[in-house]
Each structure stands twice: as C-alpha cells, then as structure tokens.
Design a protein around this ligand. Structure first.
Ligand SMILES: [Fe+2]
Length: 536
C-alpha cells in the first residue's frame, strides 16, 4: 500500500502547530506561557470576541482561536493538561522574567559574580551573565544543556495524520488542533523513525502490517489509520535528465534548483498532490528521490515548516542553516534544534562561507533587516552558482543599508537571477517575538519595529547593485496553501502588491524579465548564462 498523496503529517506541540520556537526549549517555554496559555485564557473568558475577530479581515493573524466561540470544555481541558504537563516549563518562563527584572534592577556596571546567587534557582547553571559594551546587562543560555534538561519536553510532541481536501485551515499560531473524528494522533516525538517510513510510503509501497507495527498505533486507531492508505500508485516521478538548470517555484519562498546531477531546495514549504486547490501547483510528487542540499534562509515560521521538512527528512542529504551560537533567547541555535528532531546532517554556514560540490558553489551572504531590530544572527541569503549561472536568494531581507550589498557585490559580482521577498509592511515585533519579551513594549515602539521585507525603492537599489537579468518577487505568502501559516490575504491595493508591481514595471522598462511569482513556475537556464526556455 501507498500513503495517499494528500495525507498531512501535521507536527504538534501540546496540540499546537509546531514551529521552530516550540522546539528550542527557552523559546518554547515563553511561547507556551505567553502565547498558548494567554490565548486559551482569553478565549475561555470571551469566546464570542474570538469568533468575531476571526471573521474580521483586519484582525487576520491575530491571537484569536477559530472555533466559532464553541468547544469550551475541550479548550479548558487543554489548558489543564498544559498546566500539568508543562509545570516545569511554566516555572522556567517565570524565572526568565525574574532574571530580566533582577538584572535590570541590580546589574549597574559592577562585577556580575555576586549576582549569580540571585539567578532564579531553576536557571542556575543554564545561563551566563554579561554586559554589552555600554553596561547593559544580559544573559545567554547554554542551549545544548537545556535540550538535555527537563525543560526540553519531547513528550509534548505528536503527529496528527489527516487527509486534506482543500486549502482551508485556521491560522495555525492561534488555533490549536482539537480532536476530530477523521484526525489520527500519533503520540511520537519528531525524531521518531516512523515519520520517515510513513513518508517513504508516498512513493514506495509497503505492507500495512509493517507500518502499523512501526507506528505503534492502538487497535482502536486501526480502522481510521487504514483509510490513509491506497493501492493506487502515485503519478510516476520523472527525474530531470536535460542538460540545463531547471528552476521550479513551489509557492512562497520555496524553490527547487536542479540539474541532471544535483538538486538544491530553498526554504521548503510544499503543498500536496491529489486534492482540489484553486491554484495549480507543484507538490511533493515533483520532488526528486534525494535532495542534495536544503537551504534555510531564516528562522521564521513560514520558512521552516516541519510539516514539509519532517516527511522530507529521509531524502535530505545536507541541511544548511545560518549559524548562531549566541545563546540569546530571541536567537535559538538552528543546528541544535534540527538535530534534536532527528536531522543528523545539519551544516551551519557563516556569512561569505562557500560550499562546493559537483559543478555548484553555494555562498552564504549577509541578510539584513526583517527581524524587528533584534540581535538575531540566524539569517542568511544565498548565492547558488551552477556552472557559470548564478541565482541569488534574498528571502525577506530588507535593504536598510545599501552599502552592505555594495560590499557584497564587490566580493561576488553580478548575478543572473534575483529572488526577492517584498512583504514590505510586515507585522510589528510583538506578533512573532512578543512572547519572548518580559517587559511591555510601548505600542509606538512596537509599530516601528517590523518584520518587513523590501519595498520598491529598496528592491530597486538591489537591482542596481546586482544587475540581474531577471527579477522574481517571491515569499509573499499569497498562495492559498500558505495562508494558514502566513495569515496574509492581499488585495490589489495592499502596499506589498503595489510596491512589487512598481518594481516589476521598472525592471521591465529596463528590458529585464520580471515577475511576481504565484502558484507555480518553471524556468530552464543554460549553465553558460543564457535564458533558453520559459514555461508556466
Ligand atoms: Fe521572514
């Protein structure tokens, strides 16, 4: 039997959609307390307000649960369960707040040794205290030790299996997944090998007995479990065998670059095959059997999708992540994070570092902006060169200082194709990082520190610097299968659409090829720098 092509393996933490900040122990603690429990409490107090807010387009992506004001008993037991299961983690989050407060009150520029005694008991040995050069105190975690502690709660991880028939899903950071008759919950950690075995069955058949044994499902789950399988084989995968470079856009920031010999997948976010979507798209059936390099640009929930990555784990030979070992609460280490969920081939990359393989060179490049001016190092743009041909992936970077990219250009030269995210309004800091802040940020400050990508002027500056022949605006979160994670729905008047239209027009006026990608796109390039074919 095969696993049906539209079966979703949805990773959850405490029944909430899993994203990277729910794995790194310190960020997980802060999100459980300051996001999950806060939303639950608010829902139980005023379910009707949530129901109305969910229907209001202006409130899209806000902290509102999408249950139409109902299911209060279940939400209340989810709350009780979290208090019980996450008791230690909740104490940890409180201790972080206390530590911040203590340092602010007592660390005035004198030696910090005495203050170690005042570090909350449960954080002792997990933090180092320091000052920046202006005597502002701070602390860093020994993150690798946190993963070995009671604060890394692998038991709260599980996988929900269900069949998708459309792109309708509630915004996943605000709505937990409750029990549904057609959803099967596998109580396993994300490092469990049965995820690989299940995922392989989308292409290679296996007996039901084998997969039942390895997933350890109970007799009562068997009937539902069996509905996820079929004896109909998936459409055959045709490996690319031409002599060109093939670029395929899978939606949002996800792009596959292939030749007959190699494959590179950027920011995997891949939809399913075999269900009705309003927009044509490539899906996991269009992926090769092995992926040489997966490149992760930055640690945002729409660029690191466990739902895509865990089922691909068995295919990925190398997973490249931007390096950080800062230990800062707001900047968890992605290598540690991925290793703890079963990826054993993670390679952290530094700015301007290169990796050579076959006839390709990958270069990590500085990524600036889009992180609310927090000191976050885990972000990287990539130059992918195959033969003579060069593709530049800039993700959501906002070019707050063009001089940076002029310096980079002096090192790497011009490129053939540039991919640029232009979600230029962006959410305020608190939308994503709010749960990590222990002091309330005034509203006007919050509003001025956004998760915003480049606008037209900034995009034009990049085009002027890197002289691409082609510009593709991407990472706009617009595809219907991305809405549950991006919470974005634009109109023609939305600023990111207006700004990106403007940039596309400017580029076309200059005789360049330019387009805002949506849905799917395939392009073929000559390794010796000439556009040879177009489709899609
Ligand atoms: Fe981002």
């Amino acid at each position: 039997m095969y696993l049906k092509p539209n079966v979703v393996l949805e990773p959850l933490v405490d029944k909430w959609y899993a994203w990277s900040h729910l794995i790194s122990p310190a960020t997980a603690a802060m999100n459980i307390v300051n996001r999950h429990l806060t939303i639950i409490e608010s829902y139980l107090a005023a379910p009707q307000i949530h129901a109305e807010a969910v229907l209001n387009p202006k409130m899209r992506g806000g902290p509102f649960m999408d249950f139409g004001g109902g299911r209060l008993d279940e939400i209340s037991s989810l709350e009780q369960e979290s208090y019980k299961k996450q008791a230690k983690v909740i104490q940890f989050a409180k201790a972080v707040k206390e530590l911040d407060k203590m340092l602010l009150a007592e660390a005035k520029g004198f030696g910090l040794e005495e203050l170690y005694k005042k570090v909350p008991e449960i954080l002792k040995g997990y933090v180092e205290l320091y000052y920046d050069r202006n005597n502002n105190p701070g602390f860093r975690f020994f993150e690798s030790l946190l993963y070995k502690s009671e604060f890394y709660n692998r038991e709260s991880q599980s996988i929900s299996m269900w069949v998708t028939n459309n792109d309708e899903r509630p915004f996943c950071l605000s709505t937990p997944r409750l029990k549904e008759p057609d959803v099967l919950n596998l109580e396993i950690g994300f490092d469990h090998p049965c995820i690989d075995e299940l995922a392989k069955m989308k292409r290679v058949p296996q007996t039901l007995d084998y997969i039942k044994a390895i997933t350890g499902i109970s007799p009562s789950q068997e009937a539902l479990f069996e509905t996820f399988f079929t004896d109909t084989p998936p459409p055959p995968y045709n490996k690319y065998t031409g002599d060109k470079i093939r670029m395929r856009y899978f939606g949002h920031a996800c792009i596959l670059v292939e030749t007959k010999d190699i494959s590179i997948l950027v920011d995997p976010l891949i939809s399913y095959y075999g269900y009705s979507s309003s927009v044509d798209h490539f899906s996991d059936v269009d992926l090769p059997d092995t992926i040489d390099y997966v490149l992760i640009t930055h640690n945002h929930q729409d660029h690191i999708l466990f739902e895509t990555l865990l089922p691909l784990r068995h295919k990925i030979k190398n997973l490249i992540v931007p390096r950080t070992t800062s230990g800062k609460l707001e900047d968890p280490d992605l290598k540690l994070m991925f290793e703890n969920i079963g990826f054993n081939n993670v390679i952290p990359m530094d700015e301007m570092e290169t990796i050579k393989f076959s006839d390709a060179v990958l270069t990590g490049l500085p990524f600036i902006g889009e992180h609310s001016d927090l000191n976050i190092l885990t972000k990287m743009c990539y130059l992918v060169q195959i033969g003579e041909f060069r593709l530049l992936f800039l993700a959501d970077s906002r070019i707050v200082e063009p001089a940076l990219y002029k310096h980079i250009h002096r090192q790497i030269g011009s490129v053939d194709v540039m991919f640029l995210g232009m979600e230029c309004d962006g959410a305020p800091l608190t939308w994503l990082y709010g749960p990590l802040m222990t002091k309330k940020l005034p509203r006007d400050m919050d509003g001025s520190r956004r998760l915003a990508g480049s606008d037209c002027e900034k995009g034009k500056a990049l085009v002027d610097i890197f002289n691409p022949k082609e510009l593709y605006v991407y990472a706009m979160g617009q595809e219907p299968w991305c809405e549950f994670i991006s919470s974005i729905k634009y109109t023609d008047e939305s600023n990111p659409i207006v700004q990106s239209n403007k940039l596309v027009d400017i580029c076309r006026d200059r005789g360049m090829t330019a387009e805002r990608l949506f849905g799917e796109k395939e392009l073929l390039y000559d390794k010796r720098q000439a556009l040879v074919d177009m489709d899609g």
